[in-house]
Design a protein. Structure first.
Lengths: 316, 284
């Protein structure tokens, strides 16, 4: 996904002279093409993220459109006050891009995991929170974000994420994408977790359960039309994310769910990571197993939930 | 190259007698505001009045009628707790009417205890949490270079603010980028909220620190209006570096019973103290 990001931001940077790319001493060679196209609009800001985000605010106040890129924890946790005061309070069009989000950097240890940052950024007034599922959604998210007048946070994967869209996606913010259809259960996945959701749907099919899988790249503002439809159509709606259960995508749906005037017909099951750091070593797949968000774990949870409520299962 | 025709209407006062009268008027105003509104940080506002006077009546290329002109000089009050000083300055300089100033710290008013984003014409940035303003200024200076403007960016920092790590991140980056149109003024009044600055964090040697970080650093008397004008005028620096003016000041400057008494970081003057202060300043 990071290559797609580099390619798309370069493409857009060639067209729009107001786009500046700030990187936190990361992406060795990744942005060579951008630097070549716009040498005065790329800045390696060093290992100094607080300054980088504050600077981006100042640039945006002067009419530029900064896109700020580094590893997710360093562009979120470390600089939460700069994001709040400099970007959100001023409501300036700065796009923060966190790379290697969720458990993509599992093997680097918990300092490089990001399982809480959507929760933090989602609380900030005026902030748009995006989690594209693959490179096609990422490109569309970035293009859409460049048209907004306020701050945007986009969490992306690393490299090697599977393509979930056969065709390019034109727009992504505020949209959702049905990746697979089925009538028994609806899986709403955000970000790179959509790939596991799709795999889980295949496993469920073997168990005789037909799952719809929807990719939802916009975590904030939440698309409530999609939710209305899902909860009125399906007995069970499952949120899936490579992020903690506190404050993330599933939590956002639960907030919407709790505030409804009339109870929703469908039930909600949230799948995400537990409220705990991972202390052992392990690659992404291991970490997903550890946290119970692998395709197998997702399928097991859903199957158990549906079996526990047999009346809710609509057999095909 | 200048991209627009701003700023022929700069005040450009040089006469230090006139500047001193303006500073006295601003001091009387901030004491009155603190009294009326019951708000603290008065001594912090008083210590930077001369810096603001030199900036707004002599140095900055600004037109109060065009507060958003793209090529205007920027002045960022990074020490946002001195907001009354900035508000009084902008009102006196004609950016907004006295009635706006009179609504300071009233329910529903535009002017809070720390400046909000574009809360009134002439306010460049929302500040209040320390250590943010310089980075914003770095971004503005860089944007000016990218856009081919010749405006300058000034940020006013407090000495306590130099405790913040982000200040030094910004210092290192600005030097690496040779942002010669960027200037900071440190209001070095030797106090932070609850203690002597240098007993809290080792700021000294502060000028040498900024020089070591790659800035063209100068230490001056921060109440010497001519020196302030002269040094702020030197931006862009011939050295090609960003400029750091370490302005040695006295907290509570101008009011005898407030000077260098850190109780006035939080104390609020009563009616009698207000009258005494005005008398000392020779203001009605």
């Amino acid at each position: 996904m990071r290559n797609a990001f580099a390619d798309e931001v370069t493409e857009q940077g060639k067209r729009d002279p107001s786009i500046v790319l700030l990187a936190g001493d990361i992406g060795n060679r990744l942005f060579d093409e951008f630097k070549l196209a716009a040498p005065d609009r790329f800045y390696n800001c060093g290992v100094a993220e607080a300054n980088m985000v504050g600077m981006a605010a100042g640039m945006a106040m002067c009419g530029l459109r900064p896109v700020v890129y580094t590893i997710t924890p360093f562009i979120t946790y470390r600089v939460i006050e700069q994001i709040r005061d400099d970007l959100c309070y001023h409501h300036v069009p700065v796009i923060l891009v966190g790379t290697g989000s969720g458990l993509r950097y599992a093997s680097l240890g918990a300092t490089h995991h990001s399982l809480e940052e959507m929760a933090m950024l989602r609380t900030l007034p005026g902030m748009t929170v995006l989690a594209p599922a693959d490179s096609a959604e990422l490109r569309a998210c970035l293009r859409d974000a460049l048209r907004l007048d306020g701050p945007v946070y986009m969490r992306i994967g690393k490299k090697g994420e599977p393509a979930l869209h056969a065709e390019p996606v034109e727009h992504a913010i505020g949209r959702h994408f049905i990746l697979r259809n089925g009538g028994d259960v609806c899986l709403l996945a955000t970000g790179v977790a959509a790939a596991n959701a799709l795999e889980a749907a295949k496993l469920l099919e073997n168990a005789g359960i037909a799952a719809r899988v929807v990719s939802v790249p916009t975590v904030k503002p939440l698309g409530t039309d999609l939710l209305e439809e899902a909860f009125s159509t399906f007995p069970l709606v499952v949120s899936i994310e490579e992020h903690g259960l506190i404050g993330g995508f599933g939590a956002a749906i639960a907030e919407w769910y709790a505030d409804r005037e009339t109870p929703a017909a469908g039930r909600l099951l949230r799948i995400g990571t537990a409220d705990a750091f991972m202390h052992e070593a392990g690659e992404t797949e291991y970490a997903q197993e550890h946290y119970g968000i692998s395709a197998e774990a997702i399928a097991r949870r859903i199957e158990r939930r549906l079996l526990a409520r047999p009346a809710h299962v609509r057999l095909a | 190259m200048a991209k627009d025709t701003i700023v022929n209407s700069i005040a450009s006062l040089r006469n230090s007698h006139d500047l001193r009268r303006i500073a006295a008027r601003l001091r009387a105003e901030v004491v009155a505001m603190s009294h009326r509104a019951g708000t603290p940080h008065l001594a912090s506002a008083l210590s930077c009045i001369d810096i603001l006077t030199a900036a707004y009546w002599h140095v900055l290329r600004l037109d109060p009628a065009q507060p958003d002109a793209p090529n205007r000089d920027r002045f960022i009050l990074s020490k946002g707790h001195a907001a009354t000083a900035l508000y009084a300055t902008l009102a006196a300089r004609g950016f907004f009417p006295q009635s706006t100033l009179d609504s300071y710290h009233t329910d529903g008013g535009a002017l809070a205890e720390h400046p909000g984003p574009r809360c009134a014409p002439g306010i460049e940035a929302a500040t209040g949490s320390l250590g943010h303003g310089l980075s914003i200024g770095v971004g503005e200076a860089l944007a000016g270079r990218i856009g081919g403007y010749d405006y300058r960016v000034y940020a006013l920092l407090s000495d306590g603010e130099c405790n913040e790590g982000a200040v030094w991140e910004a210092a290192l980056f600005a030097a690496a980028q040779h942002l010669d149109r960027l200037c900071i003024v440190v209001d070095y009044n030797k106090w932070q909220a609850t203690a002597r600055s240098n007993e809290t964090m080792s700021l000294e040697p502060l000028g040498e620190k900024w020089a070591a970080f790659g800035w063209d650093a100068h230490e001056i008397d921060g109440h010497d209006l001519e020196a302030l004008c002269e040094h702020m005028d030197r931006v862009p620096s011939a050295s090609g570096k960003p400029t750091a003016i370490i302005a040695h000041t006295i907290k509570g400057r101008g009011i005898s019973f407030m000077q260098d008494d850190n109780n006035w970081h939080y104390r609020i003057p009563n009616a009698e103290e207000l009258a005494l202060a005005k008398a000392e300043l020779d203001m009605p």
